[in-house]
Design a protein around this ligand. Structure first.
Ligand SMILES: Nc1ncnc2c1ncn2[C@@H]1O[C@H](COP(=O)(O)OP(=O)(O)OP(=O)(O)O)[C@@H](O)[C@H]1O
Length: 272
């Protein structure tokens, strides 16, 4: 379980990035921080592994305050996936994935062997393990980034716009892959995105943020869609947008679903 208790962050130049943020990410679930640029998402994420220190408030992992942990050990114990992969360019893929286990004292051969298995787990051909990051596609690099974050088998995974740098089709594939992995691994995940569809697809809990990390509304995707708290949330999640205004139509005796622009999107279950 990951807990933010009244966390605030004011940077040295006086920028208030986060003000009084409280939220709990239950163990084994995905919470998505959703908001536009500059609302404090990355600051919130980086306070968990102490790359940024809060000005006030506290963050707890399984009841233990992260401020009491050694920052280096803390960072090794929490998986972190960055938008651009964040891979070491002069190390091959297996060494990249094995970085944290080797730092933790696992032998290099054993760590590379485990890394190879992890590549398969994230849907990559283990033969890619001997390539360098620059010899992989963007989507493959992101998968390596996920494998690397999982290598030390952390309970908590932080993901900062993990699929932001790839095209929409690959993005969708990576999202599906993460959902599949999460069904197996049940990590406690905090994921940052400004993409509403991604938030709804992946989040058990979605926190819509305004500037200063203020919570505009938080809940399941269904709760947000069913009852947006205000105009800001309604507009942000696109509750009024064509593609979300779904209704039923009868065509040739079957009930099909169409979106607000009249585009067919599916057949109703049980329809003959
Ligand atoms: N080191 C810093 N010093 C001063 N201000 C900062 C620093 N880092 C971030 N900020 C400011 O804090 C606010 C929140 O930034 P943050 O990066 O957390 O937002 P974000 O929601 O992740 O944005 P984006 O989606 O663009 O990455 C912004 O106004 C930003 O300019």
């Amino acid at each position: 379980m990951l807990e933010f208790r009244s966390v605030s962050k004011t940077y040295r130049d006086g920028t208030v990035a986060v003000e009084d943020f409280s939220r709990t990410v239950p163990a084994g679930t995905i919470t998505v921080l959703l908001g536009s640029s500059g609302c404090g998402k990355t600051t919130l994420l980086r306070m968990v592994n102490r790359m940024v220190e809060p000005t006030s408030g506290s963050i707890h992992v399984d009841g233990r305050a992260v401020s009491a942990e050694d920052p280096v050990r803390l960072r090794r114990s929490i998986g972190y996936v960055l938008q651009a992969g964040g891979l070491l360019p002069h190390r091959d893929v297996l060494d990249n994935v094995a970085t944290v286990p080797v730092l933790d004292g696992v032998g290099r051969r054993q760590a590379r062997h485990a890394a190879s298995e992890l590549l398969e787990r994230v849907g990559l051909d283990p033969a890619l393990g001997r390539r360098y990051p620059g010899q992989l596609s963007g989507g493959q690099q992101q998968r390596v980034g996920v494998a690397r974050a999982l290598a030390a088998d952390p309970d908590v995974l932080l993901m900062d716009e993990p699929f932001g740098a790839v095209d929409p089709i690959v993005r969708r594939e990576l999202q599906d892959e993460l959902s599949r992995l999460q069904r197996e691994l049940r990590k406690t995940v905090l994921l940052v995105t400004h993409d509403v569809d991604e938030a709804f697809r992946l989040g058990d809990d979605v926190v819509v943020l305004q500037q200063g990390g203020r919570i505009a509304q938080a809940g399941t995707p269904a709760e947000l869609l069913a009852a947006p708290a205000d105009d800001f949330v309604r507009q942000f999640i696109g509750a009024d947008r064509h593609e979300r205004r779904i209704h039923e139509q009868e065509v040739g005796g079957r009930r099909i679903l169409v979106d607000g622009a009249g585009r067919p999107i599916g057949v109703l279950e049980g329809s003959p």
